[in-house]
Design a protein around this ligand. Structure first.
Ligand code: 0A1
Ligand code: ZN
Length: 900
């Protein structure tokens, strides 16, 4: 067994069924911030399929007061963190009495206090911080829970399931008893107690059943719950309509807390959410917030079936519920967006996240398969690979069996596994078995390599046109780079959406050699071999291939497109994803060329007329949606550009991208002005895709116009340009919604205009009582484009601001993560000061919240790619963190992998 300091790596191959089952759990809590008493009465029975052995219950930071077996005192041992009982009957009642201290729970795992209320977080292994238990997802039990607390301080007492009794107790205390009708693993347990108010909504299911939906928040926040409630109602209706999955509870509750390590949690019937993904009104939330709320509310609700009704056998199977549920929330948002073009915008956004966050993970020291083989700390594996790549794997299954076939597969999955804890194999098998004869069913063992092989496959394609034979041949090959512990890779099953465009941009019918007749429009071909040749016949002139349409597989497509071909795709491709992709390729190519150029400052004229004219055509296009235009006109991020290079000089990338941004701003100055004027007013605020798209494009235009005013080109000197910062400031003051207000503020900050110094304090004064808006204020400053190293001193100064605290994860993310993980130009400093700052914060956070610290530790994952002097300095900083003697397993796993 592999040992890492104190910690032992858990291996997927070592899975064995539990030695005992827990049938019922009866919990009684006396809630007190300093000392909460937990009485846990369980019925257990030996698992006859496993050799007889002692019962080992997990615990963490608990004070044990009493253990009774069938009402009698018993001998027990404490081995490390486990409570060990031997010589047990085959079936017995076990009573355990413990206490814990929620007020001192800074890890926010288990039972903790936030704003004078109690909350729990049990996934993945937090329940053991509440009571001794078999804290593993394959042990499913029936729960009844009694909560007792001071009535004035904690008027609302919530747990999973149905409220069966409540009433007063002595000394101003009261109680509530909850019974969950569904068996569940302990990671889905939840309780909440505090001064909360609820927005309520009664709904009827298709079958005519009534349900109560509730969104609980602090008293002042009720006016910010309408969108979350609407999103929940949409989610309930969508799951019934698309997959026939109805709400199985009389009552479904969402509770918001401002102290939360992650986004939200799908506890059965009692979802607990980060306030960020609940609270919204037009004055305080942006369009992005609105859309995030919709997808996170959907995500947690969809877990009710994919995660709660059918759960994971062990934590290696995490993507069973997460990949599938992300896929479901992506589909939900697309279906709600409606129009094909709005669906495409959502798809592009999802792919952009995958490529900027997951592709680097898959190429770095933390690379792991969608179903990992081992871990030291499971909390480190709630990753973009498990979530977003996992969702792509599920999406490929749908592509291979079709939308209806996939819905059939899901139905079979629930028929087979409802109420059980299963594996990714069980899921894939159900989808394949419901679709006999499909490519998925035929290729299932090979397809499942997506679960076992890490790394991003590269799909290389080249095209040859034979005018005489009227054929177009695509030679396709695939490979996958080595990842830690996985040197060679076997070929994947890669669904590849393909279309061919004529020189005039018209879609050509497709006929493969050997086929009887052409098929109009695009089709999905399935690549399975290391190399393959696809020959299209009846092709009258050399076509422009549109490959991997809709991003049908999570791969890097290499095709040596000419600029002319990319311009044709950008102008004409009927597939909006590839249309956007063509624009990205054109920009990327120019960025890379400029980065490699020897002249400095780099990128002064990175963009040529052809590119600029193409962007102008998109911007002025009479038919394209504003949201799509905004995506096309956004240059590839610095992180994405860095991933394309073998050796990364972050300052050079930053300089080139900034120069490209400025060039685009100047060259299209009149067009930006037109775009701003024609999109700035979207009528009464509604966060729908069309009006959000208009606001996004207007915001982008304003940012560009401010950049022009700050710059030195011919358009800057004209009096016309210099009015824009003033207009932006006015807009910032007058805006009727947060999207427009923040966009105007951001235009001033990112152009570096002096008015930013007036706008920022004004913004703070306006929103000083709204934590989520203050997060935006911190984030904007920490993420500002770096000018002569000005961001780090600003961040250090902001750490001293009375509103800053590292203890609140949202606030820590808004300042520290925005700087270290989302501002490469500011963070990667030649003087290493960014890395020093990073190491200080990782170690500081690790002292009280290792989970959040380990996330921050990932900011230097890609250090080996850095050019000198960054590389050595980054290594030094990581070594400094690794040398901390009392480092958590969470951070230790990340830094030791980085140094391996
Ligand atoms: N299952 C949740 C994510 C989650 C995981 C761990 C947590 O611990 C702090 C919290 C939430 C989801 O996928 O939404
Ligand atoms: Zn989830």
């Amino acid at each position: 067994m592999y040992r890492e300091g104190q910690a032992t790596a858990i291996q997927r191959a070592d899975y064995s069924a539990p030695a005992y089952w827990i049938d019922t759990v009866d919990l009684c809590f006396d809630l007190d911030p300093a000392k909460t008493r937990v009485l846990n009465r369980m019925f257990l029975r030996r698992n006859p399929e496993v050799p007889a052995q002692p019962l080992k219950l997990d615990g963490d930071e608990l004070n044990l007061a009493r253990v009774l077996v069938n009402g009698q005192g018993t001998s027990f041992k404490i081995e490390g963190t486990q409570l060990v009982l031997d010589n047990l009957p085959d079936a017995f009642e076990l009573e355990i009495f413990t206490t814990c201290c929620p007020a001192k729970n800074t890890k926010l795992m288990g039972l903790y206090v936030s704003n004078d209320s109690f909350f729990t977080q049990c996934e993945a292994e937090g329940f053991r911080r509440i009571t001794y238990f078999l804290d593993r997802p394959d042990v499913m039990a029936s729960y009844s829970v009694t909560l007792r607390a001071d009535k004035a301080k904690y008027p609302v007492l919530l747990s999973n399931g149905n409220l069966v009794a409540h009433g007063p107790l002595e000394d101003g205390r009261h109680f509530a008893k909850w019974v969950d009708p569904h068996r569940k693993p302990c990671y889905l347990f939840a309780l909440v107690a505090g001064q909360l108010v609820a927005r309520e909504q009664r709904i009827l299911s298709r079958a005519g059943k009534e349900h109560l939906l509730q969104v609980y928040v602090r008293a002042g926040d009720l006016d910010k719950t309408e969108h979350a409630m609407n999103s929940l109602m949409h989610a309930v209706a969508w799951d019934e309509a698309r997959f026939g999955l109805a709400l199985d509870l009389e009552r479904f509750m969402i509770v918001a807390t401002s102290d939360f390590n992650m986004g939200a949690m799908e506890n059965k019937g009692l979802n607990i959410f980060n306030t960020k993904y609940v609270l919204a009104n037009q004055a305080t939330a942006t369009d992005t917030d609105y859309s995030n709320i919709e997808s996170v509310v959907g995500h947690e609700y969809f877990h009710n079936w994919t995660g709660d009704r059918v759960t994971c056998r062990d934590w290696f199977q995490l993507s069973l519920k997460e990949g599938l549920t992300v896929f479901r929330d992506q589909e939900f948002s697309q279906d709600l967006a409606g129009e094909a073009s709005a669906r495409a915008v959502k798809r592009i956004e999802d792919v952009r996240l995958l490529r900027t966050a997951q592709f680097p993970e898959d190429a770095g020291p933390m690379a792991h398969p969608v179903r990992p083989d081992s871990y030291i700390e499971i909390n480190n594996f709630y990753t973009v690979t498990v979530y977003e790549k996992g969702a792509e794997v599920v999406r490929m299954m749908q592509t291979l069996v079709g939308r209806a076939g996939f819905a059939r597969g899901l139905t079979l999955y629930f028929e087979r596994h409802d109420g059980h804890a299963v594996t990714c194999d069980d899921f894939a098998q159900a989808i394949a078995d419901a679709n006999p004869g499909s490519a998925l069913a035929t290729l299932l063992p090979q397809f499942k390599r997506w679960y076992s092989q890490a790394g991003t496959p590269r799909l290389h394609a080249s095209g040859t046109y034979d005018a005489q034979a009227r054929t177009y041949t695509l030679a396709v090959s695939q490979s996958c780079p080595p990842t830690p512990g996985q040197p060679p890779k076997e070929p994947f099953v890669i669904p590849m959406g393909v279309g061919l465009l004529g020189q005039d941009g018209q879609e050509l019918p497709l006929q493969l050699a050997g086929e009887a007749a052409p098929v109009p429009g695009q089709r999905t071909l399935v690549i399975t071999q290391a190399t393959e040749t696809l020959t299209f016949v009846g092709v009258d002139a050399e076509p422009v291939p549109s490959i991997l349409r809709g991003f049908t597989a999570p791969v890097v497509l290499e095709f040596d497109y000419s600029d002319a071909q990319l311009l044709t795709l950008l102008a004409h491709d009927s597939d909006p994803f590839n249309r956007w992709e063509a624009g990205q390729r054109l920009a990327l190519r120019r960025a890379i060329k400029s980065i490699a150029a020897t002249a400095y400052p780099a990128g002064a004229t990175a963009l040529d007329d052809a590119y600029i004219e193409a962007m102008r055509s998109v911007l002025r296009h009479p038919l394209l949606d504003a949201a799509f235009k905004e995506l096309v006109l956004t240059l590839p991020s610095e992180t994405y550009i860095a991933e394309q290079l073998d050796v990364v000089d972050p300052q050079r990338i930053h300089a080139v991208r900034e120069a490209m941004r400025a060039q685009l701003a100047h060259a299209l100055a009149d067009d930006w002005q037109w775009a701003y004027e024609t999109h700035r007013d979207s009528g009464a605020y509604r966060p729908d895709p069309v009006s959000s798209g208009r606001r996004a494009l207007a915001g982008m235009a304003l940012a560009n116009l401010c950049l022009v005013a700050q710059g030195s080109g011919p358009s800057a000197s004209s009096g016309q340009a210099s009015v824009w910062p003033g207009k932006a400031y006015q807009r910032f003051k007058d805006a009727g919604n947060m999207t427009d207000r923040l966009n105007a503020l951001s235009a001033l900050v990112s152009s570096g205009h002096a008015l930013a110094a007036q706008a920022l304090p004004r913004f703070h004064a306006l929103f000083k009582d709204d934590a989520l808006v203050l997060d935006k204020w911190f984030a904007l400053q920490a993420g500002a484009p770096d000018r002569d190293g000005n961001v780090l001193p600003a961040v250090r100064q902001l750490m001293k601001h009375p509103d800053f605290t590292l203890r609140n994860p949202n606030r820590a993310r808004s300042l520290i993560f925005s700087y270290c993980s989302a501002n490469p130009g500011g963070f990667h400093r030649a003087d290493a000061a960014g890395y020093v700052f990073w190491s200080e914060r990782v170690m500081e956070l690790d002292g009280f919240n290792p989970q959040v610290a380990a996330r921050l530790a990932r900011a230097l994952d890609r250090w080996t790619k850095l050019a000198e002097p960054y590389r050595s300095a980054a290594r030094e900083a990581i070594v400094r963190v690794a040398a901390k003697p009392d480092l958590s397993n969470d951070v230790r796993e990340v830094v030791s992998r980085a140094l391996a």
